[in-house]
Design a binder for this molecule. Structure first.
Ligand code: SAH
Ligand code: SF4
Length: 382
């Protein structure tokens, strides 16, 4: 467990929050912009290095505030340029952050929770149970740490990180407020200045929070679909019992409609050998998605010990892709990166101290099933 200092951590404060902080200590609001630039553009955590801030204010800040990111436990660089950080958060668990360079693009894959309570059957994070929500400082802290490691100064000019995807450990919509604050900082010019099109939130389908999201932010949305009917999806992604496909796709369409531009949903589909990779599944998916403008990203399963699943053959992957393409979809297959440092999608393990005791997890699972029985469209498998 990392000791808390009782000081206000400025790292996770959005611009309005930072202004409020300076107001509350009797200082001018413009200080917010100055300090945010030092923190996010220049990666500074030492108030004494903030040279356009008076000595008196620096001393005051040192006494009551801090700039504290999660503790870096390790940083590995793969032969293909992929980087992985393991960071320890306040709850004592470790989470992972991955950087994937590809041409002019550099994508940072950020974690939102230590572990995950949703227990998707093919996900190693889910298999570890849930420990804690990351604070806003711990979410944006992953961008801050990655950015510093590239020595990009200032961060917004010499960009190593062009895109951020909330596709690390955890379900971002179940840590809503902290993830929203962190994504606002990713897009803010006083933060990392990344365009809203290049910040993507991936969800397994927490329907009420997809609707809530639209009221707060306009980032890109990715939906983890993984199955073309309710029966199979409920086996792979248990939250489907509570929020079945018809309801889920409706909420995604509503969200995309609020963006009001030519932006399309990304549909992620992890291909599992002999489970969801048959020709019939592709046909069913074409029918399911016919009213939902989207691009499709196929993720061949990344194995981990005792998963019980296998990756389909390259032929099966290609056949699945071609069927969707023939129906007019834009379909990409995610290539595995950083294999030598275990940085692939779904392989992020961290070190999670599961807090949900097995008995309470079973009760939660039973409640989910009971809820699903009474939910509209619950058993509407096509
Ligand atoms: N919780 C969110 C975001 C994190 S997971 C979500 O589920 O969308 C990011 C993506 O990796 C999801 O689409 C997830 O289903 C997928 N994934 C999880 N485990 C995987 C594995 N072992 N192989 C391939 N993809 C996996
Ligand atoms: Fe959680 Fe996403 Fe893994 Fe499902 S796939 S267990 S929602 S992290």
């Amino acid at each position: 467990m990392i000791a808390t200092t009782g000081k206000t951590n400025l790292l996770g404060l959005t611009q309005p929050e930072m202004e409020k902080f300076f107001d509350s200590i009797g200082e001018k609001r413009f200080r917010a912009g100055q300090v945010m630039k030092w923190i996010h553009h220049f990666g500074v955590d030492d108030f004494d290095a903030m040279t356009n801030v008076s000595k008196a204010l620096r001393d005051k800040l040192k006494a009551i505030a801090e700039v504290r990111g999660p503790e870096v436990v390790s940083e590995d660089i793969s032969s293909d340029g992929t980087r992985k950080w393991v960071v320890r958060v306040e709850s004592g668990s470790c989470v992972e952050t991955v950087y994937i360079p590809s041409g002019k693009r550099g994508t940072l894959c950020v974690s939102s929770q230590a572990g995950c309570a949703l227990d998707c059957s093919f996900c190693s994070t889910g298999k570890q149970g849930f420990n804690s929500n990351l604070t806003a400082a711990e979410v944006i802290g992953q961008v801050w740490i990655a950015n510093k490691s590239f020595g990009s100064v200032p961060a917004t000019i010499d960009r190593a990180i062009t895109n951020v995807v909330m596709m690390g450990m955890g379900e971002p919509l179940l840590n809503f407020d902290n993830v929203i604050s962190a994504m606002q900082l990713m897009m803010d010019d006083l933060g990392y200045g990344i365009s809203k099109r290049r910040v993507t939130l991936s969800t397994s389908g927490v329907v009420p929070m997809i609707d809530e999201l639209a009221k707060h932010i306009d980032v890109s949305l990715a939906l983890s679909l993984h199955a073309p009917n309710d029966e199979l999806r409920s086996q792979l992604v248990p939250i489907n019992k509570k929020y079945p496909l018809a309801m889920l796709l409706d909420s995604c369409r509503r969200y995309m409609a609020t963006l009001g531009e030519k932006r399309v949903l990304t549909v992620e589909y992890t291909l599992l050998k002999d489970v969801n990779d048959h020709v019939d599944h592709a046909r069913e998916m074409i029918e399911l998605l016919k009213d939902t403008p989207c691009k499709i990203n196929l993720i061949p399963f990344n194995p981990f010990p005792h998963s019980g699943y296998e990756r389909p053959s390259n032929n099966a992957i290609r056949r699945f892709q071609e069927l969707l393409q023939q129906a007019g979809y834009n379909v990409t297959v995610r290539t595995t990166r950083g294999e030598d440092i275990d940085a692939a999608c779904g392989q992020l393990v961290g070190q999670v101290n599961d807090r949900t005791r097995r008995s309470s997890r079973l009760i939660a699972a039973r409640e989910l099933n009971a809820d699903a029985d009474s939910a509209p469209n619950a058993a509407s498998a096509p």
